[in-house]
Design a protein around this ligand. Structure first.
Ligand SMILES: *[C@@H]1O[C@H](CO)[C@@H](O)[C@H](O)[C@H]1NC(C)=O
Ligand SMILES: *[C@@H]1O[C@H](CO)[C@@H](O)[C@H](O)[C@H]1NC(C)=O
Ligand SMILES: *[C@@H]1O[C@H](CO)[C@@H](O)[C@H](O)[C@H]1NC(C)=O
Ligand SMILES: *[C@@H]1O[C@H](CO)[C@@H](O)[C@H](O)[C@H]1NC(C)=O
Ligand SMILES: *[C@@H]1O[C@H](CO)[C@@H](O)[C@H](O)[C@H]1NC(C)=O
Ligand SMILES: *[C@@H]1O[C@H](CO)[C@@H](O)[C@H](O)[C@H]1NC(C)=O
Ligand SMILES: *[C@@H]1O[C@H](CO)[C@@H](O)[C@H](O)[C@H]1NC(C)=O
Ligand SMILES: *[C@@H]1O[C@H](CO)[C@@H](O)[C@H](O)[C@H]1NC(C)=O
Length: 503
């Protein structure tokens, strides 16, 4: 008995330690919020959607005052952006930079938790003429932060495309395009001196599509590679399970060529489009669902890429909503993971893995799935009216408004009524439209009261991500040709795992 108790104690300590550790060092998944859409919800509604999905980190492509206000007191960490149009003036004038900081950052701290400023978007590759003023702009913004004494909490950096690294594979030999040697060197020195980080936009989707089938799609989607398709860097012998890891490592190696170390990489954009034109077959719902769920799983395991195993890879998914007003190919308008009504495009769970739904010992009263809207509506009206349920939380802008469905709103109202009235004979019936459950329906900041609240898990946003289907292994012949092409074209060593393991 004594031993058993000791064992329990030890397990308790280990669990505590793990929890503590993973909270302290845990990597995060954030989300980009593009606003180029025709029916953009109000800032309040956008934030309600973020909260319903337990999103903890966002990146804005500007510093919109409505969004920054709506994000205040939410605990959500915010990265704001200087647009490419604004950079030129900021890079030429410290006072313009200071005014930008005052108006867009200092004014919202501390209630809005702004933690970083992305200066421009892929400046070197999208507006190369602005390269000479990029680092000056970053410097002026940083000096303005110092002057306001907020430089410790707000970091300055600038997102780069993978295109600044012409040959990223194999990662060990990757290097920045020498055209930008001096700009990149200054930028890296700035990041190091200010304890900031490198912002990387890494898209395995483009890496895969542009490679004309050289890479197996499993590699781009974080799916297991068959033993004959292992991808190994010939110089380091690191195995690359995913193109995502290889892209991050290619960047770490490019930075290392400047003899600067200790600059972490944060992936400011990655994702997969779920719909495309007839010539964009890889932009599919299945691939997008696989990529993003596997990305979340990959990031949440807290490990770094093979060359930097101890530096977790924080990543922002591109993007929250489809941006239907964007130009370009069809896929360009279909990167969103959530519809503007708050439901997900495909099953995906953005909340931290430690909040997956657990059994609770509480009893909740919720609306049944299979009843007519008319009956639900009258049940809801009754609960919020005569029943005196507190229906504040399901009003617009409140934590339980989304998903904006009768089912959700009725469940909230029924439960509130039931919890208050149960002890004095109130029942969970509502003309047979309700039922009790032990599953806590709470999600994000929408909390359902239970008779014993012991769980924070939620039913929304949908089933937690399930296991990835088995990878489809092509015929042997194709596998060999893939191996052959890889060796020739990319000088990657492809080895049979069994042989490799005996080395
Ligand atoms: C803002 O985010 C930082 C970084 O995670 C965190 O340390 C800090 O506590 C947050 N501040 C507030 C007010 O939530
Ligand atoms: C490097 O960048 C320059 C300027 O954009 C471009 O002309 C050149 O082709 C690039 N080099 C490589 C190796 O891609
Ligand atoms: C910069 O460019 C030159 C070629 O012009 C190259 O040899 C050098 O290795 C590059 N990288 C660094 C880190 O200086
Ligand atoms: C980095 O350090 C190595 C070894 O000290 C040196 O050979 C190389 O020239 C340095 N590279 C740069 C870009 O300073
Ligand atoms: C985390 O992910 C990396 C890269 O896919 C993998 O090599 C490693 O084994 C994973 N670690 C754990 C503990 O699952
Ligand atoms: C939300 O919008 C999408 C796309 O318009 C639609 O397919 C879906 O059924 C809607 N969900 C709800 C809960 O209304
Ligand atoms: C939750 O409770 C149900 C019914 O009591 C049980 O069947 C199920 O296995 C439990 N799930 C977990 C994760 O404990
Ligand atoms: C109703 O619920 C809200 C939170 O949703 C709370 O702030 C408010 O105090 C409640 N009102 C009453 C009368 O209990």
């Amino acid at each position: 008995m004594v031993e058993l108790t000791m064992l329990k104690l030890w397990l308790g300590i280990i669990l505590l330690f793990i929890t503590f550790f993973s909270n302290a060092a845990g990597a995060f998944i954030g989300i980009n919020i593009g606003t180029d859409l025709s029916n953009l919800p109000s800032a309040m509604d956008v934030v309600a959607i973020l909260k319903a999905h337990q999103i903890t980190h966002v990146r804005l492509f500007d510093a919109d005052a409505h969004m920054l206000t709506a994000l205040s007191d939410t605990g959500i960490e915010v990265m704001v952006s200087v647009t490419n149009e604004e950079i030129l003036r900021i890079g030429q004038s410290p006072s313009v930079a200071a005014a930008w900081i005052n108006k867009n950052v200092a004014a919202f701290l501390p209630s809005t938790n702004i933690t970083a400023i992305a200066v421009g978007s892929e400046v070197l590759t999208s507006i190369p003429n602005a390269a000479p003023i990029l680092v000056p702009a970053m410097n002026y913004l940083h000096k303005a932060l110092v002057a306001s004494n907020i430089n410790d909490q707000v970091k300055v950096s600038t997102p780069q495309s993978m295109d600044v690294i012409p040959r990223p594979f194999p990662p060990s030999t990757a290097a920045f395009n020498a055209t930008w040697n001096s700009t990149i060197f200054q930028m890296l020195q700035f990041l190091k001196n200010t304890n900031s980080f490198y912002m990387l936009n890494a898209y395995p989707y483009y890496g895969y599509v542009d490679s004309d089938g050289i890479f197996p799609i499993e590699y781009a989607l974080f799916r297991p590679l068959s033993s004959v398709k292992q991808i190994v860097d010939p110089n380091t012998l690191f195995h690359y399970d995913s193109m995502f890891d290889a892209m991050v490592d290619a960047t770490y190696n490019s930075i290392a060529a400047f003899n600067l170390s200790g600059i972490p990489i944060v992936v400011t954009e990655t994702g997969w489009p779920w719909f495309g034109g007839t010539n964009e077959q890889d932009a599919s719902i299945e691939n997008a669902e696989t990529f993003n769920n596997n990305l979340i799983r990959r990031v949440s395991n807290d490990s770094g890429p093979p060359s930097q195993p101890d530096i977790p890879i924080n990543a922002y998914i591109y993007e929250l909503f489809n941006e239907d007003k964007k130009a370009g190919p069809v896929s360009e308008r279909n990167w969103g993971i959530i519809f503007t009504n708050g439901s997900t495009v495909y099953p995906i769970s953005l909340s931290n893995s430690d909040s997956v739904s657990k059994n609770s010992s509480g009893v909740f009263c919720v609306a049944r799935q299979d009843v007519e809207d008319k009956k639900l509506q009258s049940g809801l009206n009754w609960a919020c009216g005569q029943g005196q349920a507190n229906c504040t939380a399901i009003q617009t802008g409140q934590p339980c408004y989304f998903p904006d469905t009768l089912q959700n709103h009725a469940s909230y109202a029924y439960n509130d009524y039931y919890q208050k009235m149960h002890s004095i004979g109130g029942t969970c019936d509502f003309d047979d439209t309700a039922m009790t459950t032990s599953q806590d329906p709470s999600y994000g900041s929408c909390k359902f009261t239970g008779r014993s609240i012991s769980s924070t898990g939620g039913l929304f946003p949908s089933p937690a991500f399930g296991p990835v289907g088995p990878s489809s292994q092509g015929p042997i012949v194709r596998a060999f040709s893939v191996v052959f092409v890889l060796v020739i074209v990319l000088s990657l060593v492809i080895v049979d795992v069994n042989i490799y393991n005996t080395l």
